[in-house]
Design a protein around this ligand. Structure first.
Ligand code: HEM
Ligand code: HEM
Length: 172
């Protein structure tokens, strides 16, 4: 999926998108419960109260923003590519990081889609899948952040720094 020649670093846009999406996903996980009261009322075929609806709307708008940013992000990834994993990383670590990245991409696309199907189309099973995903997100983000901090403080690679400071497109 990456471009034929991997860039030497992430672009400023890729970095801003990473941290913006990360902040919004963490917000959604912490405050996700805010939508539940309105959703329960809606499921009973009634109109939620104004304050419950206002809380629900924040969750919905932030979720849709994540989906839009995720589309932009994946498009840039496919056009520009991403830097190679550290050369001296073990096969296990490299595979684990790749699996976690796939899960995180699945989260930023799958959560808005399942949430939207539950809220707008009233598909209850999608709401259940959406809720069940919460611990998966928490574990994936924890593993991902631990991996980044491990690379920085123990292995002392440039992995965390390259997600903070833009790098050139070519190694030259
Ligand atoms: C909820 C939040 C997060 C999501 C959805 C997320 C998602 C991702 C994804 C999908 C990648 C792969 C980049 C790509 O190939 O396109 C990535 C890379 C990265 N993330 Fe996150 N991330 C999150 C939070 C964090 C946090 C909290 C940290 C640090 C403590 C972090 C540090 C990094 C670093 C350093 C990379 C670069 C890895 C590399 O270059 O090999 N991320 N992130
Ligand atoms: C990346 C985006 C999203 C994340 C990370 C996320 C996260 C969450 C979490 C963690 C909960 C569970 C709250 C709890 O019970 O503790 C939740 C509930 C819910 N979310 Fe989202 N959400 C996202 C996007 C959306 C969108 C875009 C919509 C609707 C358009 C939506 C609709 C719902 C609904 C209806 C519930 C209640 C489900 C139920 O009680 O069965 N979510 N969300």
């Amino acid at each position: 999926m990456a471009a034929r020649v991997s860039p030497a670093g992430y672009s400023a846009t890729q970095i801003v998108l990473h941290w913006l999406i990360a902040a919004l996903v963490i917000f959604q996980v912490i405050f996700g419960e805010e939508i539940v009261p309105a959703y329960r009322v809606l499921r009973q075929g009634q109109e939620p109260a104004a304050d419950a609806l206002a809380s629900a709307n924040i969750h919905i708008y932030v979720g849709i923003a994540i989906l839009v940013l995720a589309v932009i992000r994946l498009s840039i990834r496919m056009i520009r590519g991403v830097p190679q994993p550290p050369a001296d990383e073990s096969v296990f670590q490299r595979r684990l990081a790749a699996v976690v990245h796939v899960i995180l991409y699945a989260v930023i696309f799958g959560m808005p889609i399942t949430g939207g199907m539950a809220w707008f189309l009233g598909i209850g099973t999608m709401g259940e899948i959406h809720e069940l995903a919460k611990p998966v997100i928490v574990i994936a983000v924890a593993l991902h952040a631990a991996g980044a901090l491990w690379q920085h403080f123990v292995v002392r690679s440039n992995v965390l720094m390259r997600m903070l400071k833009p790098g050139p497109r070519s190694a030259a």
